[in-house]
Structures are given as C-alpha cells and as structure tokens.
Design a protein around this ligand. Structure first.
Ligand SMILES: Cc1cc2nc3c(=O)[nH]c(=O)nc-3n(C[C@H](O)[C@H](O)[C@H](O)COP(=O)(O)O)c2cc1C
Length: 253
C-alpha cells in the first residue's frame, strides 16, 4: 500500500496542510506529489493505496487545472482524504467538488476537511495560519482518517456544499511586472501552473490562462510582480473585514 500526499499549492499553505495530515496518517512513510507542476498528473494507483489531497479554495471552487487532472485520473481501489484550504472567507462548494471528482475517478472518500490559511491576496486575513494548534489538529485528523481506513469497511464521508456548484469566477486581472526590477530569469514562466506567462517575455501574461493564483508574485526573487494597484485596493477593501474574524477548521469523518 502506498500513501500519496498530493497538493495543488501555488503559495505553500496547501502543501503544509497536506503534509501535516499525511504525517498523522503515515508518519514519514508517504510519497509527495506536487500537482501545481503543470505536467504532473495524479499517480497510477493500486488497490489499497491512499490519496491525501489538498486544494486551495478559489471563489468557492477548486482550481480548474486541478479538477481537470483529477478528471483524467483513474483511482479505482484507492481511498482518499480530501481537504480544501481557504483564506478565512468561505469554502462554499469546494470540498464537495473535490470529493465528487475523487469519487467519479473511482476513489472512496473516507474523510474530508476544510482548513484555514492566510489569504494570499491580503495576508493580514488569517495571518499566521495555519499555526501550531492548526497543525496539531491536522495531525490528529490524519491519525483518525488512518484508523477509519484501516478498519476496512466504512461509508463514504458526507461533506458540505451544494450541487450545482456555484459558478466559477472569471479572471478579472493578471499580475503586472515592474520592468526595471524584472531580470527576465523566467522562473515565473517555468513555475506557472497554467503556462500563462510567456517564457520568452515574462512580462506578458495571458489572461485567458491566468488563474490569479499568485505563484508568480510570491515566487519572484526580484519582487518584480504584483497585482495591479486598483485590483489590490479592491481586494484589500473587500477582504479586510475578515481580519478580526477567527474561523475554525472543520473535519468530517
Ligand atoms: C484566485 C483566488 C481565489 C480565492 N478565493 C477564496 C475564496 O473563495 N474563499 C476564501 O476563503 N479564500 C480564497 N482564496 C484564498 C486561498 O484559498 C488561500 O490563500 C489558500 O491558502 C491558498 O493556498 P496556497 O497557499 O497553497 O496557494 C483565494 C485565493 C486566490 C488566489
């Protein structure tokens, strides 16, 4: 039996959450797969394998490139632990969407979770999350999920959300580049999960491919990329109301 720790994590929170749950589930005995990489698909599974998978919440849904990868996968015989990670606003239909996609691909979803992390657009929202208490809860959730799956016979977990899912929000803006700071190193183009950045001219971003995941902004060693000023002002005004609010992680077993 192989335990896979899978994540789509543009800015790192989904990775740390998936690894904390996988640690609880399997100690260090798991295989890590980064689905943020454009060419990385889900693994070929065998009966008894376990997928611990985390996705960020984007507009109450999971990112389309991840959904498409799960749709292409064949997961019969595997069990899954499905997690969504969100920035303290709401996760709406994202966990249900992830659970449905895994089920359609053939996995039995044994456990689910909706976990809080700092909001990548306005990091003062849920600042410092996940923290030590969050990681302790994730580890314990991983242990409980392991016990449930080891018990052999279990009903698939029920998770919140509505069908049909809410509409996907279209990309309204793309990050902009400070031409004086950009060294044209191409790291942003190589690490973009959708190939939206022109590798020959990293200052060109294709809005029809960009999902606003902020990977290029967070990863730029020169800090040459940022959201357009108006977009950042809009998001800060919209999301700042969430700064004083503390939401709790939710787990479903
Ligand atoms: C395009 C986009 C849309 C987002 N939509 C939501 C949302 O609907 N609800 C929410 O609470 N957080 C939302 N967030 C915040 C992310 O879910 C959160 O920052 C998450 O931790 C990102 O995961 P990562 O660090 O692994 O990339 C959004 C972030 C981005 C980039």
């Amino acid at each position: 039996m192989t335990v896979y720790c899978l994540y789509f994590s543009s800015c790192g929170s989904c990775r740390s959450c998936a690894k904390a749950v996988a640690d609880g589930f399997a100690g260090e005995d798991y295989e890590e797969i980064n689905l943020t990489n454009r060419t990385q698909e889900l693994p070929q599974v065998s009966t008894g394998d376990v997928l611990i998978i985390s996705a960020p919440v984007y507009g109450g849904r999971i990112p389309a490139p991840l959904a498409q990868k799960i749709e292409r996968a064949s997961l019969s015989g595997a069990s899954a632990v499905a997690m969504v990670v969100y920035g303290n606003r709401a996760y709406e239909d994202a966990l249900l969407e992830l659970s449905d996609l895994l089920t359609k691909a053939g996995a039995v979803v044994a456990a689910g979770a909706a976990l809080i992390a700092r909001h990548v657009f306005v990091p003062a929202v849920a600042k410092g999350r996940p923290d030590m208490n969050d990681f302790a809860l994730m580890k314990s959730f991983g242990e409980s999920a392991a016990r449930k799956i080891a018990s052999g016979s279990f009903a698939p977990v029920q998770v919140p959300g509505n069908r049909p899912y809410r509409d996907k929000a279209p990309t309204a803006f793309t990050p902009v580049v400070d031409a004086e700071l950009c060294q044209q190193c191409g790291l942003c183009a190589r690490s973009c999960p959708t190939g939206a950045i022109n590798p020959k001219n990293p200052q060109e971003t294709n809005i029809s491919l960009c999902i606003d995941c902020m990977r290029c902004v967070q990863g730029c060693p020169e800090e040459a990329r940022s959201l357009p000023v108006k977009a950042q002002e809009f998001l800060t005004a919209k999301l700042s109301a969430l700064i004083p609010i503390t939401r709790e992680n939710e787990t479903f077993l």
